[in-house]
Ligand binder design. Structure first.
Ligand code: DGL
Length: 253
């Protein structure tokens, strides 16, 4: 689940790596964006979405949303101890290992950056690297409305990314699942500078694979997967969500 379409950047990787697994994708578009809401409110929305996915027979839940993870994962794990939950968190560790300048930047929503988890991770790496953080202001609505390849998106990306590059960050951690959809604009702003974007989705796929195997939950090799889409918004949103999923399948993040 995600607040909207951003989690498709994770859905796409899971679908490609685990081709026999059926997937349910829930977009809580009625409450998107989550990024500026408080943790208790977000937790309530996520709990509702998770209940809907259990009703459809989900055997594992992936919170394909850093903001939802920061607000709800501890609560959900305590509430449903027999279900595996996988959450997203900004990929600080690989970025800290890869930086050459000693400065990395984490891009995420305000609520994720305010969360205890991110603060703890930052503190853990603070003596090794300098960690800058920034909110991708306006980025989530651009992705939700399919405007990622517009001049408006390029400008929204430029105002956030340029100051981070000016501070010498050479690793841009995409700590919100909507942000990979803006990779093209981000790369355009980076230009020929030696700066990389870091996406957490591949690590999440490894985690999903391991937990499926540990719990003996894998679908059989003969399973023909079904892809189900759900949303708290109307039919129109659902059609756009399906279209975006088709586009995401062929995108390189
Ligand atoms: N895609 C979400 C994340 O990973 C949240 C976007 C939002 O709703 O603000 O944090």
């Amino acid at each position: 689940m995600d607040s909207g379409m951003g989690g498709l950047s994770v859905w796409k990787e899971i679908r490609a790596s685990l081709p026999n697994e059926s997937l349910i994708y829930y977009a809580d578009a009625a409450h998107c964006p989550y990024g500026d809401r408080d943790h208790d409110e977000i937790r309530g929305y996520v709990e509702y979405a998770v209940a809907q996915m259990f009703d459809k027979g989900a055997k594992m839940i992936v919170l394909a949303c850093n903001t939802a993870t920061a607000s709800a994962i501890q609560y959900l794990r305590a509430e449903y101890p027999s279900v595996p939950f996988v959450g997203m968190e900004p990929a600080v560790k690989p970025a800290a290992a890869a930086t050459k300048t000693g400065t990395i930047a984490v891009l995420a929503t305000r609520s994720s950056l305010d969360g205890g988890h991110f603060k703890r991770t930052s503190a853990e790496y603070a003596d090794k690297v300098r960690i800058l953080s920034a909110v991708g202001e306006g980025w989530v609505p651009l992705v939700e409305s399919g405007k990622e390849n517009t001049a408006e998106a390029l400008e929204a990306v430029r105002v956030v990314v340029e100051p981070l590059l000016a501070e010498n960050a050479d690793q841009l951690v995409l700590g919100c699942t909507h942000y990979p959809f803006l990779t093209r604009a981000i790369r355009q702003v980076i230009g020929d500078r030696d700066v990389k974007t870091v996406n957490s989705a591949p690590a999440i796929v490894r985690r999903v694979r391991n937990l499926l195997s540990q719990g003996e939950l894998e679908a059989s090799l003969s399973n023909v997967p079904e892809y189900t889409f759900m949303s708290s918004a109307g039919q129109d949103y659902l059609s756009r969500l399906r279209e975006k999923a088709e586009t995401a399948v062929n995108m390189e993040f």
